[in-house]
Design a protein. Structure first.
Length: 365
């Protein structure tokens, strides 16, 4: 398969996967908002019940006198007097049914005694929500305004998540306004259990199929490249066989010399390990200047450990017109280091070609 076609198909599949991913996210977000709206009436009732039950429990032994409302007076106004520690005033009160009058009187009594606490209401809310399988972050507050001022929270308002739902239950009369505020951030597990998941599962299955297709394409492409690529050794013409007559006596000696040379090369290269800031010689760290490290590496990587002096000058002193003194000094320094560390190797001028240096066994010199 053409590489460009393979790339185009891969990009198309990638864009499809991104589009499906965005679609899945949009579906989940939409379903979450829908589930929150579904929960809202239920949670509003839970808050209202918690406020009423808390008021009844807290004011069970609170004495209430003077309630004798006639049904005929409901909706009419009468003059009443409010008295607190530092406030005394009269006001016009709209008469309501007996239950409402008693409930507001209990609310006002609890406020006057500082017995209305948001933590008590929150405990009732959590207990009720747990029974209905609704979990999440909950923070309850009571804000009192008008002639009495209060603000009570079960948790610091700064801890409220930005996406928490706010639910308010308000009680008001001529003296006070009491806002019961509840912030709830539903846990994902609560929303996930109730939301329809068919479309989400379909999108996820399509995503997995596309990932599997991409894996198959990659495998096919690699297999195709292996089949179409022919190694150079296979296409090259076979080398002619050269038959050379070797004396029987010398063949054994030649084989020994070859094996000896191979072992020597392996052992010599294995003795030196070049790290970033030092050199390991026979697994022992030694200090070696950077220039000498590079020259030694140059020798070890050259055939028969032989280096032409002109190549050495070009490699290490390309800017100098006549770097002979620099080269001689650097070679002598490397020779001293090889001697100090107990190496059996040294550097000499090649007897067959004086234009070359050679790294040799000290015994052979």
């Amino acid at each position: 398969m053409n590489k460009r076609i393979f790339l185009v198909i891969g990009v198309i599949i990638l864009f499809i996967m991104i589009a499906i991913g965005v679609s899945t996210y949009t579906i989940i977000h939409s379903l979450i908002q829908k589930e929150k709206e579904t929960f809202r009436p239920q949670v509003e009732n839970v808050l209202k019940e918690a406020v009423i039950n808390n008021t009844i429990q807290k004011s069970k032994y609170l004495p209430l006198n003077g309630f004798n409302n006639s049904p005929n007076k409901i909706g009419m106004y009468e003059t009443r007097t409010f008295c607190s520690k530092d406030t005394l005033f009269t006001y016009q009160h709209k008469i309501q049914d007996m239950d409402t009058e008693i409930f507001f009187a209990r609310q006002l009594g609890l406020l006057m005694m500082d017995s209305l606490q948001s933590t008590d209401i929150q405990n009732l809310i959590v207990e009720n929500l747990d029974k209905n399988g609704i979990k999440g972050y909950i923070n309850t507050g009571i804000i009192v305004s008008k002639h009495l001022q209060r603000e009570i929270w079960s948790q610091p308002p700064s801890s409220i998540p930005h996406n928490a739902e706010m639910i308010i239950y308000r009680l008001e009369n001529e003296i006070v306004n009491v806002d019961y505020i509840m912030y709830i951030d539903y846990s994902f597990s609560t929303l996930w259990k109730r939301m329809p998941k068919t479309n989400i599962y379909i999108n996820l299955i399509v995503e997995l199929i596309l990932i599997y297709i991409i894996i198959l394409f990659i495998r096919y492409h690699r297999k195709y490249r292996k089949k179409t690529s022919v190694p150079a050794a296979d296409t090259a013409a076979p080398a002619p066989h050269i038959i050379e007559t070797i004396p029987v006596g010398s063949s054994v000696e030649t084989e020994k010399q070859t094996n000896s040379t191979i072992k020597e090369e392996l052992s010599l290269k294995d003795q030196f390990v070049f790290e970033k800031d030092f050199v390991l010689f026979k697994k022992h760290p030694i200090k070696m200047p950077n220039q000498q490290q590079k020259i030694l590496t140059f020798f070890l990587n050259s055939p028969n450990y032989r280096i032409n002096k002109s190549d050495l000058k070009k490699e290490f002193w390309p800017q100098n017109a006549d770097p002979t003194n620099n080269m001689t000094s650097a070679i002598n320094k490397l020779k001293r280091i090889l001697e100090e560390i107990g190496s059996k190797y040294t550097i000499i001028t090649d007897k067959k070609n004086e234009e070359c240096y050679i790294l040799v066994d000290d015994k052979t010199t």
